[in-house]
Design a protein around this ligand. Structure first.
Ligand code: ADP
Length: 438
């Protein structure tokens, strides 16, 4: 038994013994026992009063002096209180430091509740979003920052990717906005001025587009002269080989310039492609026939499935993406290898375009990178086959603009399957005559 309880037990035993002794000596044991009980009650009453007065006086006062179990209660409570205040102080310090650091941040930071009402924001948010802490706290963010893009972003409740909006403080500046959910139904909203970064990106895009555009005309002239020289130029036999090489290199440069122009056009256009109904089956048939004509190594090409399904989008872009995939299959499949092209409607209402080849395949470690510009697994092979290293980057961009995604499965030495999956809202089922399969 603990010391305090022991003292309490001794006190009770002493009191009882005293009452019994009094009763034995003077008679009326009942009265003596009642008096002892009263003394015990009196002690507890006095201690309770001490406790109540001590608690009433507030925090951190030394506990009242006492002995026995009451002394223990006072000391334990005092210890608990001290621990609680220490923790509270530490938490307050963390919150103060967090607020100081976010207040010093150049990015606008806001704390929002589950309904996107502003609970707190720093001075950068006041500046970037024209807010005032006196006037606007407690208001929904979308009521004060008037942007349809932001309203749709908040509504959609999918916050993985940041969005870009115009700054309410200055129309010429762009802000990237991102919501980070935390705790129980709260959000940290971050607004960053990205005007400079967007400007640099635009400059890079313009530079590539201008340079490619400027290169196009001299290349056309060169290709023209080389062609006339090859056809009826007064050249000796030893010039035949170098001339053919010059033509090959000019063709490569022309494809590179065309692909660069296409990529910068895709990057500068709106995020979403148009919504014309593109007759995909007829387009696939054209791509298939053109590829067969261009295929000098004689592959075993098949169009195995081509369902009457159209896509809402841009025909020239889809043509470019699909033909890039078919040309890649031809490029990376040894002569005579089998290549299957198919287009069908998925059960979920979407549609898929697939090119499956029995070619060299791709090792798994390369798969995450193959859609990056100029990423080639075997540069020499790609160049010798006329690849620019930009084909899959174009495919990725086109699919992004159509809300579609690219899936790649591949086994080295056995072949690859490239599948473009279009969502249901981009797909239209049509009653067109079936396209001939091959
Ligand atoms: P490239 O013009 O070099 O073909 P792409 O962007 O089209 O550039 O493709 C990037 C790389 O991915 C290629 O260099 C090649 O290594 C690999 N690749 C693309 N398609 C296939 C395929 N069907 N089979 C094997 N490798 C492929």
């Amino acid at each position: 038994m603990r010391k305090a309880w022991l003292a309490e037990a001794y006190f009770l035993a002493g009191l009882l013994a005293l009452a019994l002794l009094g009763g034995w000596l003077f008679g009326a044991t009942g009265w003596w026992l009642s008096a002892a009980l009263l003394a015990l009650l009196g002690r507890h009453f006095v201690q309770l009063r001490k406790l109540e007065r001590w608690l009433g006086r507030g925090r951190q006062r030394n506990p009242p002096e006492s002995w026995g179990i009451w002394g223990e209660v006072f000391d334990d409570y005092f210890r608990l209180q001290k621990r609680y205040y220490k923790r509270k102080k530490r938490l307050a310090k963390v919150i103060r430091e967090f607020r100081e650091s976010t207040a010093a941040m150049p990015d606008g930071s806001l704390v929002l509740d589950g309904e996107h009402r502003m609970l707190w924001f720093n001075s950068a948010a006041e500046r970037l979003l024209c807010l005032s802490s006196k006037r606007d706290l407690g208001q929904p963010l979308a009521n004060l920052v008037r942007s349809p893009t932001l309203a749709a972003y908040l509504e959609a409740r999918a916050y993985d990717e940041p969005i870009i909006i115009r700054s309410p403080a200055d129309e010429t500046r762009s802000l990237s906005a991102r919501l980070i959910p935390y705790g129980s139904n709260q959000y940290l909203a971050l607004f960053r001025d990205v005007t400079k970064i967007l400007g640099l990106q635009a400059m890079r895009r313009d530079f590539v587009a201008n340079a490619s555009h400027e290169l196009r005309s001299p290349l056309t002239v060169l290709a023209g002269y080389l062609e006339s020289l090859a056809e009826d130029g007064p050249l000796t036999e030893e010039w035949r080989e170098p001339l053919q090489e010059m033509q090959r290199q000019t063709r490569r440069m022309t494809s590179l310039v065309e692909d660069l122009l296409e990529l910068s056009r895709l990057e500068t256009e709106d995020e979403q492609a148009g919504d014309q109904s593109v007759a995909v089956p007829a387009m696939i048939r054209r791509i298939f026939d053109d590829s067969r004509l261009q295929d000098s190594s004689g592959h075993d090409l098949h169009l195995t499935r081509c369902e009457p399904v159209n896509v809402l989008g841009a025909e020239n872009e889809l043509y470019s993406a699909f033909s890039n995939l078919v040309l890649n299959a031809i490029r990376y499949t040894p002569a005579g290898g089998r290549i299957e092209v198919s287009w069908w409607r998925e059960d979920d209402g979407g549609a898929s375009f697939e090119v499956a080849d029995g070619g060299i395949g791709i090792e798994e470690r390369h798969l995450p990178f193959i859609t990056q510009r100029f990423y080639r697994i075997d540069s020499a092979r790609s160049r010798s086959k006329g690849g620019t290293g930009l084909g899959l980057a174009i495919v990725k961009h086109v699919l992004q603009r159509h809300g579609a995604r690219l899936e790649v499965e591949s086994t080295p030495g056995q072949g690859s399957t490239f599948r473009c999956r279009f969502p249901a809202d981009r797909v239209v089922v049509v009653s067109a005559p079936p396209v001939a399969l091959s």
